[in-house]
Design a protein around this ligand. Structure first.
Ligand code: PXP
Length: 264
């Protein structure tokens, strides 16, 4: 199996999600902008990997995109639901990493983590099939000990913690969400899981999450693509990469306190 390296110097790896480049393309049904081109620019700008979500409704990323990306990028993380048709495509494509996510057709974006306790046998079967083709399999979960245990029991080597509640709240609620993420990262590492995090992270709110001990990858999409429209994809990726680095190195110098642009 191609194992993703751990984060050097404890700085989380940056996975750039290019789904919303495809969203813009699909708005006109043409060929521009191409998420594959954006992925190549992102890697050149210092992204450690490229993430895409092949949704059942194909609202953004298309089959052609994942096939091309597999050939072009150094590290591809393919998000799929546990539904058999997209899992079959994933096993054929053999991504370096696969992340199992919940999907509801009417949702605007992935709204919560996958409930790993619902259909444990089916989940274990999907994890097994993706692991067999060499993918590092993670499951996108809410920061909850029961979910960590169930993900481990399903055979996943990794979890991605859903940071949406942290990103969408302020003040005490945000502190509580951050505490849950810290607890889940520590508990996940303790039972042998690699821990990633993502959803709703921006230049302003990423620092406290980047500083959580044991989180070795952040997957960030919408805010990078939104910023890229103003400053270009290359610069948008560099800015995010630099903010994560400064957060971790500077935060350590400050004794673990993060410099949070939103005052968490
Ligand atoms: N990680 C997972 C598993 C996701 O489903 C998403 C959203 O597609 C992201 C990370 C990125 O979230 P955002 O686009 O809000 O940065």
């Amino acid at each position: 199996m191609l194992v993703t390296p751990f984060a050097p110097l404890g700085i989380p790896r940056l996975g750039v999600n290019v789904d919303h480049v495809a969203t813009l393309r699909e708005a006109r049904g043409g060929v521009d902008p191409d998420p594959v081109a954006a992925a190549v620019v992102a890697e050149a700008a210092g992204a450690d990997g490229i993430t895409v979500h092949l949704r059942e409704d194909r609202r953004h990323i298309q089959d052609r995109d994942v096939r091309l990306l597999r050939g072009f990028v150094r590290h591809m993380n393919l998000e799929v639901a546990t539904e058999s048709k997209v899992v079959a495509i994933a096993t054929e494509i053999r991504p370096h990493a696969a992340c199992l996510v919940p999907e509801r057709r009417e949702e605007v974006t992935t709204e919560g983590g996958l409930d790993c306790t619902l259909e444990p046998e089916r989940l274990a079967d999907v994890v097994g099939r993706l692991s067999e083709v060499g993918a590092q399999v993670s499951i996108f979960i809410d920061p909850d000990v029961r979910q960590l245990q169930a993900a481990r029991e399903a055979g996943a080597s990794c979890v991605e913690l859903h940071t949406g509640r942290y990103a969408d709240t302020h003040g005490a609620a945000r502190e509580a969400a951050l505490a849950d993420l810290r607890m889940a990262a520590a508990a996940g590492r303790e039972i042998g899981l690699r821990v990633h995090a993502g959803h709703g992270l921006t230049l302003r709110n990423v620092a406290p999450v980047a500083l959580i001990d044991g989180v070795d990858e952040l997957n960030i999409g919408h805010s990078i693509v939104a910023r890229a429209i103003l400053v270009g994809f290359d610069q948008a990726v560099r800015e995010m990469r630099d903010v994560i680095r400064v957060a971790v190195l500077g935060g350590r110098a400050l004794g673990g306190r993060a410099m949070d642009g939103e005052g968490a």
